[in-house]
Design a protein around this ligand. Sequence first.
Ligand code: CMC
Length: 428
Amino acid sequence: MADTLTITDNRTGKQYQIPIQDGTIRAMDLRQIKVEPDEFGMMTYDPAFTNTAACRSRITFIDGDKGVLLYRGYPIEQLAEHSTYLETAYLVLFGELPVKAKLDVWVKDVGNHMVVPEGIKKTIEGFRHDAHPMGMFLSTVGALGTFYSDAKSIADPEARRQHAIRLIAKAPTIAAYSLRHTTNSPLVTPDSALSFTGNFLNMLFKLTELQYKPNPVLERALEVLFILHVDHEQNCSTHAMRGIGSSHVDPYSALAGAAAALYGPLHGGANEAVLRMLKEIGSLQNVPDFIKRVKGGEGRLMGFGHRVYKSYDPRAKIIKRVADEVFEVTGKNPLLDIALELERIALEDDYFIKRKLYPNVDFYSGLIYQAMGFPVEMFPVLFAIPRTAGWLAQWEEMLSDPEQKIARPRQVYVGSDRRDYVGVESRS
Ligand code: CMC
C-alpha cells in the first residue's frame, strides 16, 4: 500500500487519505478539506518557507545536521580539492562532469565571451564614483540583457545555453569594471592566456605591466572560493531567480533580481557585515563583551547560523584551510585572531550551542578576500560571480520542469472587512 497520511477534520469528523511522496504531502491535496462545499479549502501557512519544498531538484544536496554538501552528487570537499570553477559550473549546469573535449570547448566558449559591449562600459561610467560595487553589478547585469535581441528567447535551449555562457563569462568583467570605476582606473581587457580567476584578478589589479601574472596560490584560492559558492539549493537569491524567472522574463533580469536578494546582510552581504563587525570589535579583549551583547539581543554574530546547517558549514571548514594558504602569501589578516576568539567562545557558549549556531561560509571568506586586496564592498560581488552558475542551473531546471508555473504564493488575509470610502473632509 502506498504511504499515506490520514487527516481527521474535527470540525466535520471526515477523514482524508493524503498521499506521501519523498517525505512530503502536496499542499494542493489539502484543498479538498473543507466544511462547506463552497469553501476555498485548507491551505498551509508557512512564512519564510521554513518547511515547504517548492520544487524537485537534482542539483544540490545538503544534509544540514551532518554538514554535507553535494553538487550533482559530488562532495564539495572533492570538488574544492580537484576541480576548477568552470568545470564545477559545467557540472552544476549540465548535470555531469564534462569529458576533456567538452570541457575544453566550454572553457574556450566562456573565455571568448568575457569581453563586455562598449555600452556596458558606458553604463558603469554613469554610476557615482562612490557607488557600491554590488549595486553596480546587479544593475549592469540587468542592463546586459538589453544588448541581445534574443534575450527573451527562453524557450530555445541553444539560446539558453548562450545566455548562460554570456552571463558566467561577463560576471567577473562587470564586477572588475565596477570596482575600477570607483578607483577611477582604466578598464582592463580580459586576457585569453589566463584562467577564469586569473583573468578576474588581471581585470581588477593590472597596473602598467605588459602582462599581468596572478600569484598561483591566490589564483587557486579564489578558484576554491568560487567552487564553494556555486550553488546552495533553495536559498533566498535562488528562490528569487526561480520566482522571477517563472514569469518567463529574460535571464538577465531574473539574475539581476537574484543578485539583489544576495546583496542583503542576512545573505551574501554577510561576508561584508562580518568584516565590519570584526573591525568594530577591534581587539581580543572586547570579544566577551560583544558576545554578551549579541546574547542580549543587540545584533547578531554575523557569519554564524544558517537556516539549513545545524552543524559546522562544510564550506567554512574548507575556507579555514584556504585562509592559512593565503595568509602564507599575504601575511596574516590582523582580524583573524578576533574571528578565532569569537568562534572559540561562541562554540563553548550555551546560547550558541542550544540554537546550533556554527560559523557559516561567510565567517572566514571576508578575511581571505581582504588579505587578497579586495575592498569590503566587493565581498558580495565575489559571492555573486560564481553563484551566477548556480542561479542559471536552477533557472534552467525550473523552466524544464513541467510541474512549474508562475510562482504565486497564497496569503491569509487579516485586514479590514469591506468598508465604504469616506471623503477626506469627513474623516476623523
Ligand atoms: N547571532 C545570534 N543569534 C542568532 C544568530 C546569529 N548569527 N542566528 C540566529 N540566531 C538566533 C536567533 O536570534 C534565534 O534565537 P531565538 O530562538 O532566541 O529567537 C535563533 O537563533 C534562530 O534564528 P532564526 O533567525 O530563526 O534563524 P533563521 O534560520 O531564520 O536565520 C540566518 C538564518 C542565516 C539568517 C541567521 O542565522 C543570521 O541572521 N545569521 C547572521 C547572518 C549570516 O551570517 N548570514 C549568512 C548566511 S550563510 C550564507 C548564505 O547562504 O547567505
